[in-house]
Design a protein around this ligand. Sequence first.
Ligand code: R5P
Length: 220
Amino acid sequence: MTQDELKKAAAIAALDYVEDGMIVGVGTGSTVNHFIDGLAGIKERIAGAVSSSEASARRLEAHGIPILDLNDITDLPVYVDGADEIDAGFCMIKGGGGALTREKIVAAVARRFICICDTSKKVACLGRFPLPVEIIPMARAYVERELAGIGGRPELRDGFVTDNGNLILDVHGLMITSPRALETELNQIVGVVTNGLFARRGADVLLLATPAGVERQVAS
Ligand SMILES: O=C[C@H](O)[C@H](O)[C@H](O)COP(=O)(O)O
């Protein structure tokens, strides 16, 4: 199977978590695009979707799936999203597509986070994938110095502006042995909007697509 076929298999397996009348939180990325396409097939059964990015909103709209404002919702039963890396404790690095801030907001509201991945995303230690950090533009140089101070090598994502009008620094060289602590520490740097560590709110269920089938793993 190709990597894209594996992504699609994980995405289709996530449809099992969508129940009648539900509002569905929808992430961002190539894996989630398969989920959105699958959701289109059952759109009459759901109340609508909350999107984590402009890109996913456009895809949902193209399928005629109603998009709801997160501020109008008090209960979001499920959020389905991919990851750039996920460890054994279901902590993740996310934001390869630059959607980390809205993803983290929607994930915070959701009762259950379903992570859909192919096996290439499963790692023993987070950090091989450069950690995305969304920053306020005027704080760029300051935040770069702070990140270098903790051993990272920040690189500005060239020509990229987030849906929120901000910049992304991709931080190389971090071996993330304590993801929860690092997530908290990075949040304390003035000028950081969000960092791509999803550790304090990790995944609840991992649907991991392997050539032998989709493994369903539940957080302990
Ligand atoms: O900002 C993007 C998101 O965090 C994605 O969930 C992540 O980058 C994984 O994307 P993909 O499914 O394309 O590998």
